[in-house]
Design a binder for this molecule. Structure first.
Ligand SMILES: [Zn+2]
Length: 94
């Protein structure tokens, strides 16, 4: 089970997609913000974290269905800024 701290160390972050077909909002989140808000020991797995990440568009539209799917993706911003020790990022010259 991956935690937010492990994700950050690996140079990754969370991409979330709203599963409401009328919305289909996709966002790549800041791993630093997630760690600040939830703590680095918090699980980064879909089943543990999806309820902490309500879709902002659905909330604004008053839709109650806020299931999001969570994917672990490379944190390109962090890699570009050299904030991680990701070996793949270094090899690619980020
Ligand atoms: Zn939504």
């Amino acid at each position: 089970m991956a935690t937010l701290g492990e994700l950050k160390k690996a140079g990754k972050t969370l991409q979330v997609r709203c599963e409401n077909a009328a919305c289909d909002h996709v966002a790549t989140l800041s791993i630093d913000t997630l760690v600040d808000v939830l703590g680095e020991k918090h699980s980064a797995e879909q089943r543990d974290i999806h309820h902490k990440l309500p879709c902002s568009r659905c909330r604004e539209a008053g839709r109650s269905h806020r299931v999001v799917s969570v994917t672990h993706v490379l944190d390109h911003d962090a890699l570009r800024q050299g904030r991680t020790s990701n070996a793949y990022g270094r090899a690619r010259g980020f």
